[in-house]
Ligand binder design. Structure first.
Ligand SMILES: O=C(O)CCC(=O)C(=O)O
Ligand SMILES: [Fe+2]
Length: 319
């Protein structure tokens, strides 16, 4: 089932077709990929190319602004949860060299009167770019919709109610992160890479249109497999919260973004992951159906909120 892009490919329109056989086929392919390499490429994901192009245009414009302008949007005291995080701030768990990237965070836009809104910092408006927040919000909602469909298929694969995740992700703590990896021109710190090897913290990550190669995934044979940017697909992987909930049945696979070859050092790379998080009160206790004599319970009980705080400390976003 391996494809040129290095990971299996699935077609979300099969799941949404209303045809039971196609739906089951999609669930089986997604489920077995997630039990194996933890990554798939998804086509017919429902996020329009126009919206993606618009988002990319806005993020390129933003990252192209002077440091002074960008730093106005680096908001102290919120652990980088919203607004701008400068180059070199975040590092992979256990590493000291900062990643060679700068990024922006959009968070949840609570549109009903859900009191959870009080837990979340406000999204940040870029005064120089009147379209920025608007397109961020549209993209956030589109990614969230695609993620909700995928979690329905995952729930069915796990033998849960199809709607199991819905209440947990309604107004959840997801993050949309436009990233810029700048050209590598001068000296860089020993061991510094665009994104050091890591696993994502959240339930699933949806990654759109990385503008250049560089993403690599560690397969079961301990080999780095390159995931090339492919037209019309988004990459969707399992994060640590889903791995934990499923007692390691679904795999949160290590990945990284390597530095470009010599001839491409002078080029930027852009990408946009959507880290799909549940509400902080969701329990991540291992599902009873994923525990048996061969698979003893591997993790302590914890809520998503407690787990997130632990992890943000480890990557330097919260001191
Ligand atoms: O930029 C990419 O292609 C992947 C980024 C990533 O893995 C992350 O931000 O967690
Ligand atoms: Fe990642």
């Amino acid at each position: 089932m391996s494809n040129p892009q290095g990971i299996p490919s699935v077609d979300l329109s099969e799941f949404l077709s209303g045809d039971e056989k196609q739906q089951q086929n999609f669930i089986n392919k997604l489920g077995s990929a997630y039990e194996d390499i933890g990554f798939v490429a998804v086509k017919n994901h429902g996020i329009s190319q126009d919206l993606i192009d618009h988002l990319y245009a806005q993020m390129k414009e933003f990252f192209g602004q002077d440091e002074k302008v960008k730093n106005k949007y680096n908001i102290p005291g919120i652990g980088g949860q919203r607004g701008y995080t400068p180059f070199g701030t975040e590092h992979a768990k256990g590493k000291t060299a900062g990643d060679l990237k700068e990024f922006w965070h959009f968070g949840q836009f609570v549109e009903d009167n859900d009191p959870i809104g009080e837990q979340y910092p406000e999204n940040v408006n870029v005064e120089e770019q009147p379209e920025f927040l608007k397109v961020g919000r549209q993209a956030y909602k589109a990614f969230e919709d695609a993620g909700r469909h995928l979690l329905r298929a995952i729930a069915l694969h796990l033998g849960l109610e199809e709607t199991y995740f819905n209440e947990h992700i309604h107004n959840g703590n997801s993050i949309l992160r436009p990233i810029h990896y700048p050209p590598i021109t001068g000296e860089i710190e020993e061991g510094a890479v665009r994104a050091g090897e890591h696993e994502d913290i959240n339930l699933i990550t949806l990654l759109v249109g990385a503008s250049a190669d560089g993403l690599q995934v560690l397969n079961k044979q301990n080999e780095w497999v390159s995931v090339t940017a492919i037209q019309d697909h988004i990459v969707v992987n399992v994060g640590d919260m889903l791995q934990r909930l499923t007692n390691n049945k679904l795999k949160s696979t290590t990945h990284r973004v390597i530095n470009p070859s010599k001839e491409n050092l002078g080029t930027s790379r852009y990408s946009v992951p959507f880290f799909l998080h549940p509400r902080s009160e969701m329990r991540l206790d291992c599902l009873a159906s994923c525990i048996d004599a061969d698979h003893p319970k591997a993790y302590e009980d914890i809520t998503a909120g407690e787990y997130l705080m632990q992890r943000l400390r480890e990557i330097g976003l919260i001191k």
